[in-house]
Design a binder for this molecule. Structure first.
Ligand code: COA
Ligand code: AMP
Length: 629
């Protein structure tokens, strides 16, 4: 069967399609049906089945005789170390960790925040939660204490599992003080924290609250897998929305198991036993789905890579890891290849390594620019496939179904919708647009298994953010078009979310921080084009009357505030003081026009602008910081 047949088979009978895919999962009780319509546009999958994430990702492979196969390879150029963990070892380690958590009172439904760098223990912590039916929420290490505090207050974890430190090139990231700071800020206090002490930095434990990862496991009874309902949340992952309050995307247990398992062969074209590598971070959705869950559920070997594409130690790192561990499918963000290309434009490092085991390279997380795709293809001689998805969906909305049938690549397009996704392009009034016309990208409900069923404790926000603009559809927040051949093109976000080095960030969240500066009366943050990171945030600050301190001082303070409150990952380094901001007569800041000016793109004077002369002032201000040439 080719892609068209498979897609049509899903369209003709989605119920049968997903029930068949569900056969590949081990169930404690099989579901009676696939889709559960909860009414008012809410849906769940396999809700009356019973299963366990950890069983499917770990134990069942041991039972099936794969115990000796390597489950996790930790390759850390930052610590100059490598380590392998077999499925049998992983099962024992996770069962003991889960047993220790259970002994401290963690049960099904309890939330556990995980704040860890790229070490296998991060995956073990996730799996131990899954083993007990506890709901984890992994927080990315590049966020500041305040962001962690916001997540603690929303998820209300009974426990937090953290490492003593993370490592970035040239510096140690002091996780423990960040964690202590976050708990001090948060209104909710966890009952206990489990600290994994790394040799690079041993943290001080707070008596009565903190326990040592190894110590608290001593002598405990290993825990068995607890079967949970198909619609039991497996995790909450916070992602940026238009405001500083992140959205808690929920993932249900059974849908995630069924959908992710399906993608491994059909999209990534790997078989059980193959080595699969996603160079991302466990704190992002790519890390959840394709470092932790999908490869393990499918019986692959996954790589936990603690390093950067360049500088750890050089631009050949990716090729070394691929050749050394015989990676068959490799997944990263385009920005990573842009970084490699900048250091090694002629691909001299590529030639030093044997990439014969590698079948294909997959890109996602941000728009894949044709130059990067062509360069990567030419240097490696391997096909490069763009695919489009979001934290909310957890897996590919549109991609190249290579395991079914590789479709011809059209540069600039992530290819075609996957089964499960009925993708439409809609105009502002909600009617469907013709091929080639640009509009909002929406997905007809229901979304497939493995996608978000709701937001954590925020159903109204879920409806408002995704379901209300186009009734009967999920609004993706991306704009684009579909061509005559059914290929999708993703052009831009329709909201104020920006994408910096494949990381999704909220300009609204940064504005909230800047607005709190005592001298700032009003502000705006936009995402301007950046050759390496795709986009970079730039801030515009209007100062309160009577402030006559040097502007550089205020800008420096603002940059520091964003770093301290959101984190280094915001990459907020540039801001400029202006007298006023361009606004419509109704007071809306014209951010899109400011972006066009910064990027040197063509732009039209918005009809509703209050005073056209303002754009000259904005261009002038941008020139002082190197934009709008
Ligand atoms: N913990 C603490 N700090 C972190 C961090 C983490 N896990 N990850 C990043 N940071 C810090 C960086 O050290 C940097 O700090 P600095 O301002 O002191 O230099 C800042 O956050 C910005 O990081 P980043 O945007 O990653 O920039 P970079 O210059 O360090 O690296 C790339 C640039 C392109 C090499 C890097 O972004 C990359 O490898 N991207 C891959 C994309 C990816 O993994 N995307 C995930 C979705 S697929
Ligand atoms: P995240 O939730 O962090 O994965 O970010 C999702 C957003 O990143 C999408 O809504 C898009 O705006 C963007 N994105 C992800 N993958 C692609 C892609 N292949 N092409 C274009 N944009 C993408």
């Amino acid at each position: 069967m080719g892609y068209k047949d498979v897609y049509e088979a899903w369209q003709a009978d989605p119920e049968a399609f997903w029930m068949e895919a569900a056969e590949a999962i081990d169930w404690d009780e099989k579901p009676s049906k696939a889709l559960f319509d909860k009414g008012e546009n809410l849906y769940e999958w396999f809700a009356d089945g019973r299963c366990n994430t950890c069983w499917n990702a770990v134990d069942r492979h041991v039972e099936a005789g794969r115990g000796e196969q390597t489950a996790i390879i930790h390759d850390s150029p930052l610590t100059h170390s490598k380590r392998e963990i077999s499925y049998a070892e992983l099962r024992n380690r996770v069962a003991t960790l889960a047993g220790a958590l259970r002994a401290k009172g963690i049960e099904k439904g309890d939330r556990v925040i995980i704040y860890m760098p790229m070490i296998p223990e991060a995956l073990e912590a996730m799996l131990a939660c899954g083993r007990l039916g506890a709901i984890h929420s992994v927080v990315f290490g590049g966020f500041a204490a305040n962001e962690l505090a916001v997540r603690i207050d929303d998820a209300k974890p009974k426990a937090i599992i953290a490492a003593s430190c993370g490592l970035e090139p040239g510096r140690v990231v002091h996780y423990k003080p960040l964690l202590d700071g976050a708990i001090d800020i948060a209104g909710h206090k966890p009952e206990f924290c489990v600290i994994f002490q790394r040799e690079q930095e041993v943290a001080e434990l707070r008596e009565g609250r903190d326990v040592n990862w190894h110590g608290f496991q001593y002598g405990v009874e290993p825990a068995e897998c607890v079967p949970v309902e198909g619609n039991h949340p497996s995790y909450i992952l916070y992602t940026s929305g238009t405001t500083g309050q992140p959205k808690g995307v929920i993932r249900h247990t059974a849908g995630q198991l069924v959908a992710l398992n399906w993608t491994m062969k059909n999209i990534y074209n790997v078989d059980p036993g193959d080595v699969f590598w996603a160079a991302s971070d466990v704190g992002w959705v790519v890390g959840h789905s394709y470092i932790a869950y999908a490869p393990l559920i499918h019986g692959n070997t996954t790589i936990v890579f603690e390093g950067k594409p360049v500088g750890t130690p050089d631009a050949g790192t990716f090729w070394r890891v691929i050749s050394e561990h015989k990676v068959r499918s490799f997944f990263t963000a385009p920005t990573a290849f842009r970084a490699v290309k900048r250091e090694d434009p002629k691909g001299e490092f590529v030639g030093k390594y044997d990439l014969s085991a590698l079948n294909a390279i997959y890109l996602a997380g941000e728009r894949a620019d044709p130059d990067t795709i062509i360069w990567t293809q030419e240097m490696t001689g391997k096909p490069v496939y763009d695919h489009w998805w979001q934290t909310e969906t957890g897996w590919t909305i549109a991609g190249n179904p290579v395991g079914i049938e590789p479709l011809p690549v059209k540069l600039g397009s992530p290819t075609v919708p996957m089964p499960g996704y009925d993708v439409r392009i809609l105009g502002d009034d909600g009617h469907e647009l013709a091929a080639g016309e640009l509009g909002a990208i929406a997905i007809k409900l229901p979304l497939p298994p493995g996608t978000l069923p709701n937001l954590w404790n925020a159903e109204e926000r879920f409806r408002k953010s995704y379901l209300s603009t186009f009734p009967g559809y999920y609004e993706t927040g991306d704009a684009g078009m579909i061509d005559e051949d059914g290929y999708l093109y993703i052009m831009a976000r329709t909201d104020d979310v920006i994408n910096v080095a494949g990381h999704r960030l909220s300009t609204g969240g940064m504005e909230e921080v800047l607005a709190a500066h005592p001298d700032v009366a009003e502000c705006a943050v936009i995402g301007v084009s950046d050759a390496l990171k795709g986009q970079m945030p730039v801030g515009f600050l209007c100062l309160s009357k009577g402030v006559n301190r040097p502007h550089e001082e205020i800008v420096d303070e603002c940059v520091k505030m964003v770093r301290d409150q959101i984190g280094p990952v915001a990459a907020f380094k540039k801001a400029v003081v202006v007298d006023r901001l361009p606004k419509t007569r109704s007071g809306k800041i014209l951010r899109a026009t400011m972006v066009s000016i910064a990027d040197g793109a063509d732009w039209k004077m918005p009809a509703t602008v209050d005073d056209p002369a303002i754009f000259g002032e904005i261009a002038e201000a941008l020139r002082t910081i190197g934009y709008a040439k």
